[in-house]
Design a protein around this ligand. Structure first.
Ligand code: HEC
Length: 497
């Protein structure tokens, strides 16, 4: 039985409507009049040893080949790069422009449209159901289109605590299972997602004809002559290299939580009746994948909000109100969660208290109990250093942390070891390399964003659970040059006509 769920849509302040009330956000016409050129990137990241730089420009890449470093040094360099990118992408955007930070703005307590709000939503470039769609004629600077079943992508009367976004949140699937795997917070509200790309990835896809409606399927471009190879920074249009993002949002009841969340007002798209409702959303998860020189397997960073789930070693007197975990539920957890995990149809009461159990569509509206399972792989001092600087600026970004930044280290420096992982993991694992085959190690071995890959875990017969998968393993096992963009656009379609 297929029961459909709501798809949600986020839209942004791009209209030229007038705002009479001082607590309303200023309208920001998007891409109507951008006369600012994309500034070149910041110098490559080093190690963030003693300071957490707040730079509006993302780093060009990493400054040394991690093949020749210890894994500890490599990890520090990648995490420094991940945090610097997070800051730059969350920097207030240059009004009217796309992907360009306002370098005169500061990070402070004000909620403003940020650079990542202005990246290209996939539906702006891909319209798989429209056979006449001419993707080559789409320009990076084009404003977000205001056609489609939700009309103009503007939420009027958005509060300044939650300015309106400029793109549609049309994804409801945590990873890839669409209707069958939905994550809900403790209020039973479904988490919603967006997938966006930066200018370098956009130009590469567009110019190669990889977004023309007949040129691709779920499995990527159908061309047998052109192999997809997304540009890293040195050979890209802007010097930043390809980037793709996935954002995850909770539906908030009002804007009172916006002093601790990146908040946006949104229109919510219901796939069944092709209609929209307006919601206030709080950012709970953010995936950032960037392809840069020295890291052809991309760098896979993921961030979460501090109140998503407790740490693995939650103390008995922790009374934090977690969005995806209930302490009272944990006290009455059923004895046999393994049976619940593998049952065809678990009872609703069991399923809501057993941790990390795949949501039954019949129980939509019930909360998920999500746990972290392993200590956070990212360096604690790196997170504390950046959070401290962000707190000093009174920015809501202080409430986010880096879960991990996964990268590839070749086992034999100087060889082309990037064909396969030495330590494959996850459900779609490729076989281990035979002796003597050059390979790369995935560091850290496991990375999971609890509110995106909540169910990507193993249920062990003794009732325990463990992390088994990782960003790189899954994306490289079946993705196209590591990307699932084509699968994503075929799965979650938002039609503009
Ligand atoms: C079990 C497989 C799996 C794992 C593990 C996984 N992903 Fe994905 N990811 C997908 C699929 C499938 C999509 C496309 C469908 C969608 O967007 O929902 C996707 C989408 C994305 C996107 C949007 C762009 C794109 O390629 O479609 C980003 C960015 C991303 N993932 C990053 C990550 C990061 C970072 C991690 C690790 C923290 C991760 N993923 C873990 C399967 C996975």
């Amino acid at each position: 039985m297929i029961i459909s769920i709501r798809i949600m849509i986020l839209l942004s302040v791009i209209g030229a409507f007038s705002v009479g009330c001082s607590n309303k956000s200023d309208p920001q016409p998007l891409a109507a009049t951008c006369d600012v050129k994309m500034p070149p990137p910041a110098p490559p990241s080093e190690f963030c040893l003693t300071e957490a730089p707040l730079n509006p420009l993302a780093p060009a890449g990493i400054f040394q080949d991690p093949a020749y470093m210890s894994s500890a040094d490599g990890q520090r360099m990648m995490e420094c790069f991940a945090w610097e990118t997070f800051i730059a992408y969350n920097w207030p955007a240059e009004p009217g422009c796309r992907g360009i930070p306002d370098t005169t703005a500061q990070l402070d307590a004000t909620q403003k449209l940020s650079v990542l709000d202005t990246f290209k939503a996939t539906y702006e470039l891909f319209q798989p159901t429209n056979k006449d769609w001419d993707a080559r004629s789409i320009a990076w600077e084009d404003p977000v289109p205001d056609t489609g079943s939700c009309g103009s992508p503007v939420v009027e009367n958005a509060s300044s605590a939650a300015p309106s976004m400029n793109q549609i949140v049309y994804q409801k699937s945590p990873a890839f299972l669409k209707n069958t795997s939905v994550i809900a917070d403790q209020n039973g509200e479904t988490v919603v997602y967006t997938v966006t790309i930066n200018q370098d990835q956009f130009e590469y896809i567009r110019q190669n004809g990889f977004a023309e409606p007949k040129a691709y399927s779920f499995a990527g471009p159908s061309s047998t002559t052109t192999k997809v190879n997304f540009p890293a920074n040195a050979d890209s249009t802007t010097g930043y290299g390809s980037a793709e993002l996935k954002t995850a949002w909770r539906v908030l009841s009002d804007d009172s939580e916006c002093d601790s969340y990146v908040c946006r007002t949104a229109k919510v798209y219901d796939e069944d009746d092709s209609d929209c409702s307006e919601e206030i959303l709080g950012l709970v998860g953010l995936h950032i994948a960037r392809k840069v020189d020295y890291s052809p397997k991309w760098i896979w960073a993921t961030f979460e909000h501090v109140n998503n789930t407790p740490p693995v070693d939650i103390s008995d007197d922790d009374d934090t109100s977690y969005s995806f975990y209930s302490q009272s539920c944990a006290a009455t957890v059923p004895d046999d969660c393994y049976s619940v995990a593998v049952a065809a149809s678990p009872a609703e009461a069991d399923y809501t208290c057993c941790a990390n159990i795949l949501m039954e569509v019949a129980f939509l509206g019930s909360p998920n109990q999500l746990t972290r399972l392993e200590p956070i792989p990212a360096l604690a001092d790196m997170n504390e250093m950046f959070q401290g600087v962000l707190a000093a600026h009174d920015s809501v970004l202080q409430n986010y942390f880096l879960v991990g930044a996964q990268w590839a280290k070749p086992d034999v420096p100087g060889t082309d070891a990037y064909d396969r992982p030495c330590n494959p993991n996850g459900a779609w694992r490729v076989p281990e390399p035979s002796d003597g085959t050059a390979c790369y190690t995935q560091f850290p071995a496991h990375v999971r964003n609890a509110v995106i890959e909540g169910y990507n875990i193993a249920n062990n017969t003794d009732g325990g659970q463990s992390l088994t998968d990782s960003c790189m393993n899954c994306h490289w096992a079946t993705g196209i040059d590591g990307s699932f963009i084509w699968l994503s656009v075929m799965n979650d379609i938002y039609e503009l006509d």
